[in-house]
Design a protein around this ligand. Sequence first.
Ligand SMILES: [Zn+2]
Length: 204
Amino acid sequence: MNEMAQGFQRFSRDVFPTRAALFKRLATTHQPTALFIGCSDARVVPELITQTDPGELFVIRTAGNLVPPYTRGADGVAASIEYAVGVLGVTDVIVCGHSACGAMTALASGGDLTGLPAVATWLHHADVAKARTDAAEHLAGAERVAALVKDNVLAQLANLKTHPSVAKALVQGRVTLHGWVYDIGSGSAETLDTDSGRFVALAG
Ligand SMILES: [Zn+2]
Protein backbone atom coordinates (compact mmCIF):
# COMPACT_ATOMS: atom_id res chain seq x y z
CA MET A 1 0.00 0.00 0.00
CA ASN A 2 2.87 2.31 0.78
CA GLU A 3 4.08 1.86 -2.78
CA MET A 4 0.77 3.17 -4.08
CA ALA A 5 0.83 6.19 -1.77
CA GLN A 6 4.36 6.95 -2.92
CA GLY A 7 3.25 6.46 -6.51
CA PHE A 8 0.51 9.02 -5.99
CA GLN A 9 3.03 11.46 -4.56
CA ARG A 10 5.18 11.02 -7.67
CA PHE A 11 2.13 11.54 -9.87
CA SER A 12 1.13 14.67 -8.02
CA ARG A 13 4.65 16.10 -7.92
CA ASP A 14 6.17 14.97 -11.24
CA VAL A 15 3.44 13.94 -13.69
CA PHE A 16 0.53 16.25 -12.95
CA PRO A 17 2.44 19.48 -13.67
CA THR A 18 3.53 18.22 -17.09
CA ARG A 19 -0.13 17.67 -18.10
CA ALA A 20 -1.57 20.62 -16.21
CA ALA A 21 -3.56 21.94 -19.17
CA LEU A 22 -5.17 18.54 -19.75
CA PHE A 23 -6.16 18.12 -16.13
CA LYS A 24 -7.47 21.69 -15.96
CA ARG A 25 -9.76 20.93 -18.88
CA LEU A 26 -10.78 17.57 -17.42
CA ALA A 27 -11.68 19.21 -14.12
CA THR A 28 -14.83 20.54 -15.75
CA THR A 29 -15.44 18.34 -18.79
CA HIS A 30 -16.11 14.63 -19.24
CA GLN A 31 -16.38 13.71 -22.89
CA PRO A 32 -14.94 10.23 -23.44
CA THR A 33 -15.14 8.92 -26.98
CA ALA A 34 -15.27 5.22 -26.20
CA LEU A 35 -16.60 2.76 -23.67
CA PHE A 36 -14.05 0.04 -22.95
CA ILE A 37 -15.40 -3.11 -21.32
CA GLY A 38 -12.51 -5.28 -20.20
CA CYS A 39 -11.60 -7.89 -17.65
CA SER A 40 -10.69 -6.93 -14.08
CA ASP A 41 -7.43 -8.81 -14.63
CA ALA A 42 -4.56 -6.62 -13.41
CA ARG A 43 -2.60 -7.27 -16.59
CA VAL A 44 -5.18 -5.73 -18.88
CA VAL A 45 -4.79 -1.96 -18.53
CA PRO A 46 -7.15 -0.21 -20.96
CA GLU A 47 -5.42 3.17 -21.11
CA LEU A 48 -2.01 1.55 -21.53
CA ILE A 49 -2.90 -0.83 -24.32
CA THR A 50 -4.90 1.78 -26.22
CA GLN A 51 -2.45 4.57 -25.45
CA THR A 52 -5.25 6.90 -24.46
CA ASP A 53 -5.14 9.91 -22.20
CA PRO A 54 -7.20 10.47 -19.07
CA GLY A 55 -10.69 11.46 -20.10
CA GLU A 56 -10.78 9.49 -23.34
CA LEU A 57 -12.03 6.09 -22.17
CA PHE A 58 -15.07 5.32 -20.06
CA VAL A 59 -14.14 1.99 -18.51
CA ILE A 60 -16.09 -0.95 -17.11
CA ARG A 61 -14.04 -3.86 -15.83
CA THR A 62 -15.65 -7.08 -14.69
CA ALA A 63 -14.39 -10.59 -14.05
CA GLY A 64 -14.17 -12.21 -17.48
CA ASN A 65 -15.29 -8.97 -19.20
CA LEU A 66 -18.83 -10.24 -18.82
CA VAL A 67 -21.80 -8.01 -19.62
CA PRO A 68 -25.03 -9.23 -18.03
CA PRO A 69 -27.97 -9.03 -20.41
CA TYR A 70 -30.31 -6.17 -19.60
CA THR A 71 -32.74 -6.68 -16.77
CA ARG A 72 -34.62 -4.19 -14.65
CA GLY A 73 -33.12 -3.85 -11.23
CA ALA A 74 -29.94 -2.68 -9.58
CA ASP A 75 -27.07 -3.47 -11.93
CA GLY A 76 -23.90 -1.40 -11.88
CA VAL A 77 -22.77 -2.62 -15.28
CA ALA A 78 -26.11 -1.71 -16.87
CA ALA A 79 -26.06 1.72 -15.24
CA SER A 80 -22.55 2.44 -16.53
CA ILE A 81 -23.45 1.31 -20.06
CA GLU A 82 -26.58 3.44 -20.03
CA TYR A 83 -24.68 6.50 -18.84
CA ALA A 84 -21.79 6.07 -21.29
CA VAL A 85 -23.96 5.44 -24.34
CA GLY A 86 -27.09 7.41 -23.48
CA VAL A 87 -25.64 10.47 -21.74
CA LEU A 88 -21.96 10.77 -22.61
CA GLY A 89 -22.62 9.67 -26.18
CA VAL A 90 -19.58 7.48 -26.73
CA THR A 91 -19.26 6.59 -30.39
CA ASP A 92 -17.50 3.25 -29.92
CA VAL A 93 -17.86 0.38 -27.47
CA ILE A 94 -15.07 -2.18 -27.17
CA VAL A 95 -15.56 -5.52 -25.45
CA CYS A 96 -12.05 -6.79 -24.82
CA GLY A 97 -11.19 -10.34 -23.84
CA HIS A 98 -7.64 -11.46 -23.17
CA SER A 99 -5.28 -14.41 -23.17
CA ALA A 100 -4.89 -16.53 -20.03
CA CYS A 101 -8.13 -15.16 -18.56
CA GLY A 102 -8.72 -16.74 -15.16
CA ALA A 103 -12.48 -16.63 -15.54
CA MET A 104 -12.39 -18.28 -18.97
CA THR A 105 -9.84 -20.84 -17.78
CA ALA A 106 -12.09 -21.79 -14.87
CA LEU A 107 -15.03 -22.20 -17.23
CA ALA A 108 -13.10 -24.11 -19.86
CA SER A 109 -11.60 -26.51 -17.35
CA GLY A 110 -14.83 -27.03 -15.44
CA GLY A 111 -13.04 -26.18 -12.20
CA ASP A 112 -14.72 -26.65 -8.84
CA LEU A 113 -16.26 -23.30 -7.88
CA THR A 114 -18.30 -24.48 -4.89
CA GLY A 115 -16.17 -22.31 -2.62
CA LEU A 116 -16.71 -19.29 -4.87
CA PRO A 117 -20.51 -18.97 -5.12
CA ALA A 118 -20.44 -15.39 -6.38
CA VAL A 119 -17.95 -16.26 -9.12
CA ALA A 120 -19.93 -19.36 -10.09
CA THR A 121 -23.14 -17.35 -10.40
CA TRP A 122 -21.46 -14.51 -12.29
CA LEU A 123 -19.89 -16.87 -14.81
CA HIS A 124 -23.33 -18.03 -15.93
CA HIS A 125 -23.29 -14.88 -18.08
CA ALA A 126 -20.84 -16.84 -20.23
CA ASP A 127 -23.06 -19.93 -20.62
CA VAL A 128 -23.67 -19.24 -24.31
CA ALA A 129 -19.96 -18.82 -24.94
CA LYS A 130 -19.20 -22.07 -23.13
CA ALA A 131 -21.85 -23.92 -25.11
CA ARG A 132 -20.30 -22.70 -28.36
CA THR A 133 -16.84 -23.77 -27.28
CA ASP A 134 -18.13 -27.12 -26.00
CA ALA A 135 -19.48 -27.77 -29.48
CA ALA A 136 -15.91 -27.78 -30.81
CA GLU A 137 -15.13 -31.10 -29.14
CA HIS A 138 -11.64 -31.41 -30.61
CA LEU A 139 -10.33 -28.46 -28.61
CA ALA A 140 -8.37 -29.02 -25.39
CA GLY A 141 -6.10 -27.19 -22.99
CA ALA A 142 -4.87 -23.73 -23.98
CA GLU A 143 -6.58 -23.96 -27.38
CA ARG A 144 -9.89 -24.50 -25.64
CA VAL A 145 -9.35 -21.48 -23.38
CA ALA A 146 -8.37 -19.32 -26.37
CA ALA A 147 -11.50 -20.38 -28.24
CA LEU A 148 -13.66 -19.66 -25.21
CA VAL A 149 -12.10 -16.19 -24.84
CA LYS A 150 -13.21 -15.39 -28.41
CA ASP A 151 -16.63 -17.00 -28.06
CA ASN A 152 -17.07 -15.02 -24.88
CA VAL A 153 -16.40 -11.71 -26.62
CA LEU A 154 -19.07 -12.63 -29.17
CA ALA A 155 -21.52 -13.59 -26.41
CA GLN A 156 -20.92 -10.39 -24.46
CA LEU A 157 -21.38 -8.26 -27.58
CA ALA A 158 -24.75 -9.99 -27.98
CA ASN A 159 -25.59 -9.27 -24.34
CA LEU A 160 -24.58 -5.65 -24.85
CA LYS A 161 -27.18 -5.30 -27.59
CA THR A 162 -29.96 -6.21 -25.14
CA HIS A 163 -29.40 -2.91 -23.33
CA PRO A 164 -31.98 -0.37 -24.55
CA SER A 165 -29.48 2.51 -24.66
CA VAL A 166 -27.22 0.45 -26.94
CA ALA A 167 -30.09 -0.79 -29.10
CA LYS A 168 -31.29 2.78 -29.60
CA ALA A 169 -27.82 4.11 -30.43
CA LEU A 170 -27.25 1.27 -32.91
CA VAL A 171 -30.50 1.99 -34.74
CA GLN A 172 -29.60 5.67 -34.88
CA GLY A 173 -26.11 4.83 -36.15
CA ARG A 174 -24.51 6.68 -33.22
CA VAL A 175 -22.36 3.85 -31.93
CA THR A 176 -20.16 1.06 -33.28
CA LEU A 177 -19.45 -2.12 -31.34
CA HIS A 178 -16.04 -3.79 -31.43
CA GLY A 179 -14.78 -7.14 -30.14
CA TRP A 180 -11.12 -7.40 -29.23
CA VAL A 181 -8.87 -10.09 -27.80
CA TYR A 182 -5.63 -8.88 -26.26
CA ASP A 183 -2.65 -11.22 -26.01
CA ILE A 184 -0.65 -10.43 -22.88
CA GLY A 185 2.50 -12.31 -23.84
CA SER A 186 2.98 -10.72 -27.25
CA GLY A 187 1.40 -7.30 -26.74
CA SER A 188 -0.77 -7.86 -29.81
CA ALA A 189 -4.51 -7.85 -30.29
CA GLU A 190 -7.13 -9.18 -32.65
CA THR A 191 -10.43 -7.61 -33.56
CA LEU A 192 -13.66 -9.16 -34.69
CA ASP A 193 -14.23 -8.73 -38.42
CA THR A 194 -17.98 -8.43 -38.54
CA ASP A 195 -18.15 -9.46 -42.21
CA SER A 196 -16.41 -12.81 -41.76
CA GLY A 197 -17.19 -13.35 -38.08
CA ARG A 198 -13.50 -14.08 -37.53
CA PHE A 199 -10.87 -12.36 -35.44
CA VAL A 200 -8.14 -10.65 -37.41
CA ALA A 201 -5.03 -8.69 -36.44
CA LEU A 202 -5.95 -5.29 -35.04
CA ALA A 203 -4.62 -2.53 -37.26
CA GLY A 204 -5.03 1.21 -36.88
ZN1 LIG B 1 -9.74 -12.13 -17.50
